[in-house]
Ligand binder design. Sequence first.
Ligand code: AGP
Length: 609
Amino acid sequence: MCGIVGYIGPREPEGVLLEGLKRLEYRGYDSAGVAIFNKGKVEIVRAVGKLTQLEKALKGKRFSGPIGIGHTRWATHGKSTLENAHPHTAGKVKIVHNGIIENYIELKDDLISKGHKFLSETDTEVIVHLIDEELKRGDNRGEAIRRAMLRLKGAYALGVIFDDDEKHLYAIRNGAPLIVGVGEHEHFIASDIPAILNYTNKVIPLRDEEIAICTQEECSIMDFKNGNVPRTPQKIEWDAEMVEKGGYPHYMLKEIHEQPRVIMETIDKYIDKDRMVPSFDDLKIPVSTLKDIERIEIVACGTSYYAGLVAEYYFEEFARIPTEVQLASEYRYRHPVANKRTLIIAVSQSGETADTLGAVRMGRELGATVLALSNVRESTIPRESSAAIYTEAGLEIGVASTKAFTTQISTLFILALHIALIKKTMTKEAVSEAIHELTALPWLVEQSLKRETLIKQLAEKFYNYRAFFYIGRQLLYPVALEGALKLKEISYISAEGYAAGEMKHGPIALVDQELPVVCLVTPGPIYDKVMSNVEEIQARDGIILGIGEAGDSRLKKISREFIPMPKAPYHLTPLVYTIPMQLLAYFIAVKKGTDIDQPKNLAKSVTVE
Ligand code: AGP
């Protein structure tokens, strides 16, 4: 995820761009840069690291404008170096980009064969050379851009300016968010609304395959088929609370949409992106202790318990350590066996859950090493544990936990790889490959969030049903449990999560034409097994709500409704498939009219037994 901004108008462009980038820094902060006209020539200033580095580089500089583009980067292709920082340039073309170009390697080879010289490792640089190449076929810049876009595969939002054209700012959207802000004798482009809300509340959200061409006075939009698209600006009517909720009607929906960012920030904290290995520098557990661990017990409650169930697969597969996940409220009253070779991981968003705290205290008494995973620094559970690591989910206000869940799983994924390296149960190459896959997760979650409209429509069709089943296997079994919990706790509808393979051992007796069954299916080692379970339900007239990989025609065919999900590495599917679970529960609750952020009978942190 990256953030892009652009401006054309009478203001000082550097101020507008920096203000916008500050509001977009959450989308990435490996490097940042601007390209701004100054006395008829475009100057590019870039800096590695957080935005403050770019501010330092711009200190004292003044630009005549009237046009400028800016970018803040989360590295996916290429390390966070100055050469890889945006804006990128080729000939007269300057560009900033958010997204991933899937066919950049073949395009790069073709462009190199035509004499183009590349300076960076990024996929973005291919786009700027492609537009430069298309300019050779005629200097209609909008046309050159359009032709170049037709050759790209992937998803992108772009800001483009040309060295010899002080009159036009170009914005292109295809698969990544981009809006145009409409002011008086000025226009803005940005990855999201808050970046420009200080200057205008009139926006045009671009749709996929659209190109906006902005002068100071007007903005025209064409689609990739070269047709003009008439669009009228929308007025953003956000009151103070809405601004506080980022324009969302509920904190829960805001927090669902914060997940790409907070997952990125959490991952960023625990990996060394240059070496592509885990990095738990301040983990206060000696490597020798981790090396001697013979068993892992994960203790937690509710959604945090389900995060533990996902992590169980990671610890056993990656680190080859026997791992059990315990409900803290049960564990603390049993006579568990634990000793100094047991690692107890206490997962708790709030860090205050009484039952989890009780399990932590018992674990310490038994001599185990207790590692807390919390979202709140200095909360009680981390304080009473041997050591603590933290998710970077930020304040989670909605009682129904969403972003905490996905950041917990992301952190435990990295921790399992860290221990696998220590125990030498995985090679560094295999660990680096898994970490590299993980860096695309914010992007995958952003793609998953784009199913929102489809899921809202699904909720509107099924919100009146009296009960739901959720089924999944292996890594998606805990997601089925979490999906059922989300629905229960905010819509008050009875819902059960089940291991798909277990349905035939009893629960299938409940299946009839009045029972929607959310079926989580992803390609992988047990695809056929899960599909057999789904077909057993279909054979008994159950209503199949299929959540599966786009293109899975076998699941789609037997689904009453099918939600196509982005292709994701198998180990990351729990994180990607959780998003539709959260959205389905949310939109059903909206239709039920419940108090979504503060559901009845619940509290955000259960500090009593
Ligand atoms: C999840 O949506 C619920 N709010 C609840 O199950 C919660 O996960 C559980 O109470 C544990 O809270 P904790 O993570 O703060 O310990």
